[in-house]
Ligand binder design. Sequence first.
Ligand code: IPE
Ligand code: IPE
Ligand code: MG
Length: 235
Amino acid sequence: MTAVPAFDDTRAPGPRHVAIIMDGNGRWAKRRHMPRVLGHQRGVEAVRRTVRAAAELGLSALTLYAFSTENWRRPEDEVSALMGLLKHFILSDLDEFARNNIRLKVIGNIGAFAPDIIEMIEQARDRTAANTGMIMAVALNYGSQDEIARAARAAAAKGAITPETISAELDTADLPPLDMIIRTSGEVRLSNFLMWQAAYAEMLFLDVLWPDFGKDHLEAAIAEYTRRERRFGGR
Ligand code: IPE
Ligand code: IPE
Ligand code: MG
């Protein structure tokens, strides 16, 4: 009788929680001699494709970096175009999420947004709160340093500051552990995204610009993840 190979539990079958730094909208537009906002518009289409694909591929959570605490440094017209696209996206796509059992979540400090946007976000969150399928977490006015500082303050107010008590206060506390971070556009940096959660996440940096990202890229990323050996410091 042939021996049954030992189960290799360091090779998880697939990621549960994937996060994406959706970068390269501006360069996508620039290459086509188009205004940056068109790149952002096409970026929203890539978000749609990716959310659908992630749900189809069986992810438990997909976290998308949409607006960083540093993105306020961009020209006012670009910031307001991004806010407009966010509103439009919620209006046009919320029904589909609600129908498809997707739960919408926001990470970051949305208190800095205009009241009408805050209200729309809260309504979208409430409307999908009972959904039990994939969680789509959108990072808005999100920065890891801000998140960790807020979490540390909250942990301190309750007692001890430890890795566990800080983790429990992070915006991502109710999400599965982060398995993989993907960044598009060829840049190889985190840009203040999920720095705490990335401690043992697999990283994948792709040369594709975000508006060109689609299901094939996500499938290839998941396949790459399954080939990696996660060790978590053990051996
Ligand atoms: C990412 O694309 C979208 C946001 C940061 C909101 P960019 O606008 O950063 O595109 P590049 O990096 O200039 O190409
Ligand atoms: C990171 O991209 C933020 C988002 C994708 C929302 P940036 O384009 O803002 O990052 P840097 O400035 O190149 O590091
Ligand atoms: Mg960029």
